[in-house]
Design a protein around this ligand. Sequence first.
Ligand SMILES: [Zn+2]
Length: 758
Amino acid sequence: MIRNMKLKFLLFVFIHSLDVNAQTPLPLVPAPVSMTMGKGNFILSPQTTIVLEGSNLEKEASFLNDYLMQFYGYSLPVGTKKTNQQSIVLNYERLDQPLPGAYNLHINEKEVYIAGDNAAGVFYGIQTLIQLLPVNPANKQLQVPQLSIEDRPRFAYRGMHLDVARHFFSVKEVKKYIDYLALYKFNNFHWHLTEDQGWRIEIKKYPKLTEVGSCRAQTLSGRYGSDVYDGKKYCGFYTQEEIKEVVQYAADRHINVIPEIDIPGHSLAALSSYPFLGCTKGPYKVMETWGVSNEVLCAGNDSTYRFYEDVLDEIIQLFPSAYIHIGGDECPKERWKTCPVCQQKMKKESLPDEHALQSYFITRIEKYINSKGRKIIGWDEILEGGLAPNATVMSWRGEAGGIAAAKQNHYVIMTPENPLYINHQQSRNEDSVTQGGYNPIENVYQYNPVPSILTEKQAKYILGAQGNMWSEYISNTSKLEYMLFPRMAALAEVLWTPQEKRNWPGFEKRLPGILAQYRFRGLNYSTAFYDLQPAVIRSGDTGIAWKLESRLPDGKIIYVIDSTTNASFTYTQPIEIKQSGLWGAALTDSKNKIISKWTWQSFNLNLASGKKITLRVEPNKSYSAGGAFALVDGIQNNKGMLRSAQFLGFNGNDLEAVIDLGSNKTVDSIILHAFEQKGSWIYAPASVTFFTSIDGKEFNPLKEKPQRSGTKNLEYACRVNSQTRFIKVVAKNYGMIPPGEPGAGNKAWLFADEIEVK
Ligand SMILES: [Zn+2]
């Protein structure tokens, strides 16, 4: 850890040295709609006064003063009349923009003038001013460049989500999170308060929800599927007084708080507290691992609805938000299928199947929430079995749900898992446990919440988008910040800046300045963008090479061939890999000082390595690992965990690959490396068969059945002992997942990462 801190520091000294360059753009995020630079500076000093020309802007002035006090050690006098001093004027102006929150910011030698079309606009103008303040002030005279900005938001809904159920975050930590939102002009905080793993909000009428439901006996250690637990009781919840405090804190920052009470799935904490809510009546326990539970709320029992109406009564009292989020996601129908009460309800309401029962559940709760003058948001599963009449859809399983909802004239908030789940891995060289799925900052930045398939009229139903922060692998603020920054900056620009004004090269130029601001504010953040970018590529027709790239201008790459020797080489072109072994590479500065983590890659070469390979069916796009070459690239997954970048994944399909060894070779054995993790719906192949052929046309199956060995990382090995040029591998998919197994009723995934021929 200390070592990493030191490396990070060195990297930052290096990155920081980039922004002394006069060409470096101002680190404004999100980029304003228009900006004209003036000449010279405005000097903000303890003598500067804040002048409130508009009414009711005291909170905005004190936000600015609190910031100045925290980071520069002084605050400014506030008045309503201009004096001879330098001043920061806060005012309103009619800006005639389609969405509220527009503002103008004019800075000349004498004055900073901020005019918003409402208080939120003034607040956003202050955030822009804050980003213009120096991060390395020599004294209390703060230079701010003279300029003129006209700015307005692109989307009405600019959201960030936080899951406090998998891991709990204190009121203090949540307030910090809200400050991050404020910094980047977000206006909605989606607070995920209930889950299988914990119920986090006090409900006076049902005290057991927190007495029982806010604690789990222990928590999974390591990655999902590890089956190792920490043995430590884990608890946490907010009192209603604390909730009010957070809602007010957010409101002062022009941020609406949307509570999520997840129904009818993800409810084990509630079921554990009040087992009558379930189909089986329990006993239940608050979940200790991640994933989806088959235990859900009974949709047939009217007392379930009455219970949640009571809960919602208290929620509605606490949260002024027009929207209440009711979840609706990942609700397995197993229990409902065998529950007589649920089946009875389906009959009585003429519901054709369990999806219709889920729709009935959501619609009934929606009716209740609508009767209190509020609206619901649900995850895109609420489309299944028919959408509740006034629901807004959060599209998380890609954009399809959002597109379908917009076509039905329902409002949509885009939160597609890829690229808006900010808890996914941002570095290929990640050394902490994170949710799998590679989601680098460039992908977040490139996202456009309005799918091109929608007509102009339908596109109006896209309210905006949101970044989601699920906390399975995030248990403290430092990790939270590491996952958030700088990806949240990229998302802020997606949500605020007009699409035609956005471009990645422009953002990349601002990135060093953005990171310098994090450092100034004492925030943790990821340097993943500047990681070495390793890739294993084909070299010629029958070779493998290791390609390395750096995004640091002037960054030099060195590499070693064996971790035990001291000899290192300067990288100039992809390294041809001609023997098995461990390669390592790192970045150095111009004085040959290492400024990055080491990237290691082990190669295990065999007769198939780098050879021509063809697939009968291409893998699923989400798990293509760059194509068939991944099966013969000399890299085998051996860490007992799912490194999705190395695997080809087939959803319901078989794997059928043919390798051409180039000429007849004496082959000893063939090994297929596959993977099994049922909790992620990845099942071992139903069967594996190897074939050999001399001419590539007529293939003969090996008589011997492959021997399976290993758990999770599976090997299917077979002795050959003959001459052959072509090898065919057929791994049959497990097929439809049967009842009782994780993912029941869905197509199984087949995962493979290497075919070894010895
Ligand atoms: Zn039931």
